[in-house]
Design a protein around this ligand. Structure first.
Ligand code: GDP
Length: 365
């Protein structure tokens, strides 16, 4: 499954946030394919469309889609040189699909800040520098190797060197690899390097519990926003401490607490949705009387691969899919009504699944 790594300096609130994530946790029986590991938290993706479909179909069971957050502890200054848990830390980041970078924006004199004072910009740069340095090492090694391989005459190596030189230049200027304008082919050429600064990032600005309703009045949040805007990255203000409290509540208690705080939903929900978007994911639905369920796919997936997310047999034996868009289905009021209006389409192997498609697969076993 797709995953998002949580990174940040010590004492910024990562564990607090991660505990809120596992506390709010998904019912693991629904997601047997998810990793069982104390550092992995499975979250369900909140989606109003799923609620609406449930109302319409009244199934026995409704299952949201899910993805994983991974707690990546241990980055300190010097990680790229193996300080602290440096190497392990970098290896863990290599495996995630996107990064949630937690930044301390709360003041609390009782909680030590690793560099002496709250300074979000310097914190962000400290971590980003470690990632840049680690990438620089991978890129330079690879350039050396590919230069040697160029003698074989295979043009691929020359192209690779050309692309890597551009990435190297960006890294030297302290810019992430994702800031380099690369074509899809060029991206593919260097994909196996798993560069850390190529991964999409969002910043979670951890504010004090009394600031959640108006986080943007916190001057540190403003600083983070300005930095992130330059990178086209998103910022989600959140109070890890409050999220930990919210995660322990359910139903009405939870709603009352959110109302007291002046929030319409938990920060965790906003973070989950932002991370989902960051990962470039689409959701499609299946809507049977037994189960209404949301499924995650990558943008651009064709119908058989999308079916394969449910079960590999569905992909192997794929014949075709009956498809209606969520909007058409809701406007029609029922599957039968949508069918009568001619909105239920039969699609084949080449169909590119769209966000919000409601699908029924026909397949051979
Ligand atoms: P980590 O080292 O980044 O995992 O940080 P922790 O989650 O362990 O948090 C470090 C300390 O900061 C803990 O004592 C937390 O209770 C505290 N903390 C985390 N978030 C907040 C917050 O929003 N407000 C305040 N006052 N303290 C917080």
């Amino acid at each position: 499954p797709l995953s998002c790594g949580i990174v940040g300096l010590p004492n910024v609130g990562k564990s607090t946030l991660f505990n809120a994530i596992t506390q709010a946790g998904a019912e693991s029986a629904n997601y047997p394919f998810c990793t069982i590991d104390p550092n992995v938290g499975v979250v369900e993706v909140p989606d109003l469309r799923l609620d609406k479909l449930t109302e319409m179909v009244t199934p026995n069971k409704t299952v949201p889609t899910a993805f994983e957050f991974i707690d990546i502890a241990g980055i300190v200054k010097g990680a790229s040189k193996g300080e602290g848990l440096g190497n392990k830390f970098l290896a863990n980041i290599r495996e995630v699909d996107a990064i949630v970078h937690v930044v301390r924006c709360f003041q609390d004199d009782n909680i030590t800040h690793v560099s002496g004072k709250v300074d979000p910009l310097s914190d962000i740069q400290t971590i980003n520098l470690e990632l840049v340095l680690a990438d620089l090492e991978s890129v330079e090694k690879r350039i050396d190797r590919s230069r040697k391989n160029m003698k074989s005459g295979d043009k691929k190596y020359a192209q690779e060197v050309e692309v890597l030189e551009r990435v190297k230049e960006a890294l030297y200027a302290d810019k992430p690899a994702r800031s380099v304008d690369l074509s899809d082919d060029e991206r593919l050429l260097i994909r196996e390097l798993h560069l850390l600064t190529m991964k999409p990032v969002l910043y979670a600005a951890n504010v004090s519990e009394n600031e959640v309703a108006d986080a943007d009045s916190n001057p540190y949040v403003k600083i983070v926003r300005e930095f992130a805007a330059d990178e086209n990255a998103e910022v989600v203000p959140i109070s890890a401490k409050v999220e930990a409290e919210i995660a322990e509540l359910e139903g009405e208690d939870k709603e009352m607490f959110l109302e007291e705080l002046g929030l319409d939903e938990s920060g965790l929900n906003r973070l989950i949705r932002a991370a989902y978007k960051l990962l470039g994911l689409y959701t499609y639905f299946t809507a049977g009387v037994q189960e209404v369920r949301a499924w995650t796919i990558r943008k651009g997936m064709k119908a058989p691969q999308a079916a394969g997310v449910i079960h590999t047999d569905f992909e192997r034996g794929f014949i075709r899919a009956e498809v209606v868009s969520y909007e058409d289905l809701v406007a029609a009021g029922s599957m039968n009504a949508a069918k009568e209006k001619g909105q239920l389409r039969l699609e084949g192997k080449e169909y590119v699944v769209q966000d919000g498609d409601v699908m029924h697969f026909r397949f051979n076993v």
